[in-house]
Design a protein around this ligand. Structure first.
Ligand SMILES: Cc1cc2nc3c(=O)[nH]c(=O)nc-3n(C[C@H](O)[C@H](O)[C@H](O)COP(=O)(O)OP(=O)(O)OC[C@H]3O[C@@H](n4cnc5c(N)ncnc54)[C@H](O)[C@@H]3O)c2cc1C
Length: 399
């Protein structure tokens, strides 16, 4: 096997076009308070204008198959492009590559029947609807441990009746299409099943939009109650008992696309700091000339590159049909830390200005804290790695 770190010319072409779009169309908007909605995300009207521009530029839903209106990008291609998108805090959503739609599209494309894809997937690809993924529950239900799931789907003829509670469901206030994971039996391994439902169906309600410390995705993070939602059996994803499988298929790539985007945000934070230390003087010298500053810069540069290498290796394995479990866990743990450290370092280097709202650094800093929690807490991923190491011993590091 030849190891080659150059990007395929077609991917490089997309990456460069995204970089130019972000620089010309998105970055200037970030400093205008009029660009934001009430939850520190891009305002809906502006978003629609920019999504139309991204589509016209051939930069829309890149991760989806060409036959469905995407560009059929490989996971390696996504890694290069998503990083470029998230150089702006508005990037991923404008190109239709933001969570949770991104992960939902990827899993529906992998596991949906043709009829399910036409009904549930295509409108998300086309940007006509938004979507949500409902799995996590408040105590004593499931969080890190899916086996603790309490929300039930009970079969009645050709329908399932759902009762229970979910929370932290990103985007629920604006989502039309929902993927739901619910308990269908007490079987330890095959007890969960995945379903689709539409916002307009009766039998569920949003109890509250949970306030969080960071800027919010559109539709917030909601607590939801199900009190008799009816789902036809035809809207089940894969088989009865395959809920965990659907979740693993979704989260595998979704965790990695988080890493791709977070690397872009980390680079952006450092870029703001680099601009400042290049001009700011102190005792007759630029900050960038001071060794103490250089150590911070050098460390951040190295951490970001380590995160990229782990992310790219996991992407490469996914492209080859491997689940890349250990590679994805290592990338997720590392890049979550890298993002938080890069935002912190950049604020430090920018002095008081870094702590202000004159730049997006404080936005990135508050956003970054969720990275170590979402889609598996870092400690849980380390447990996964430890289990694999104990099982595989020296084989853990096989080439
Ligand atoms: C911003 C945000 C968006 C989210 N969006 C969604 C969404 O759209 N859909 C959805 O279903 N969920 C969503 N979640 C929920 C998220 O997936 C869960 O928070 C995550 O899986 C952890 O579950 P928990 O919060 O219940 O933590 P718990 O399971 O209560 O764990 C708490 C802490 O205990 C430690 N811990 C837990 N298990 C272990 C272990 N085995 N070994 C060592 N330490 C451990 C970890 O430090 C962990 O952070 C979101 C969360 C956030 C913060």
């Amino acid at each position: 096997m030849a190891i080659d770190y150059t990007l395929d010319p077609a991917v490089e072409n997309y990456r460069m076009r995204i970089e130019a779009f972000v620089r010309e169309e998105l970055l200037p908007l970030e400093s205008d308070p009029g660009s934001y909605d009430g939850h520190e995300n891009i305002a809906p009207g502006l978003l629609e204008t920019l999504r139309a521009k991204a589509r016209a530029a051939g930069l829309w839903s890149l991760q989806m198959p060409m036959a469905r209106g995407g560009q059929g990008l490989s996971v390696v291609g996504m890694a290069a492009c998503y990083e470029a998108m998230n150089f702006s805090i508005f990037g991923p959503i404008v190109f239709n590559s933001a969570a949770p739609d991104d992960g939902n599209m990827i899993v529906l494309n992998k596991v949906g029947t043709d009829a399910q894809k036409a009904r549930w997937l295509q409108p998300i690809i086309d940007g006509k609807v938004r979507s949500a993924f409902a799995m996590t529950e408040p105590h004593p239900g499931s969080g890190s441990d899916p086996a603790m799931m309490l929300t039930t789907a009970t079969r009645q003829g050709d329908r399932w009746i759902v009762r229970g509670r979910k929370w932290f469901i990103t985007g629920a206030e604006v989502a039309q299409h929902f993927i739901l994971i619910a308990r269908t039996s007490d079987d330890a391994r095959k007890g969960l099943t995945a379903f689709m439902f539409d916002r307009s169906q009766p039998g569920w309600r949003i109890e509250r939009r949970i306030p969080i410390m960071g800027p919010e995705e559109h539709g917030g993070h909601c607590e939801i109650e199900f009190d008799g939602l009816e789902i036809p059996d035809s809207e089940r994803l894969l088989g009865v008992g395959d809920g965990l499988k659907v979740t693993q298929i979704r989260l595998g790539t979704a965790r990695l696309t988080h890493c791709m985007r977070w690397l872009g945000l980390a680079r952006r934070a450092m870029s703001i700091a680099l601009d400042y230390v290049a001009v700011r003087e102190n005792q007759g010298r630029k900050l960038a000339e001071r060794e103490g500053v250089q150590w911070l810069l050098g460390d951040a540069a190295m951490q970001i590159e380590i995160g990229r290498l782990l992310t790219m290796r996991a992407a490469w394995k996914l492209d080859r049909g491997d689940f890349a479990r250990k590679e994805i866990s290592m990338a997720k743990i590392t890049v979550a830390d890298t993002l938080q450290r890069a935002a912190d370092t950049a604020i430090q280097l920018c002095g008081a200005r870094g702590y202000s709202k004159d730049t997006v650094l404080e936005w990135i800093y508050r956003y970054a804290r969720q990275a170590r929690l979402v889609d598996g807490a870092s400690e849980v991923h380390k447990t996964v790695l430890a289990r694999l190491l104990i099982d595989e011993r020296d084989d853990f590091w096989r080439w």
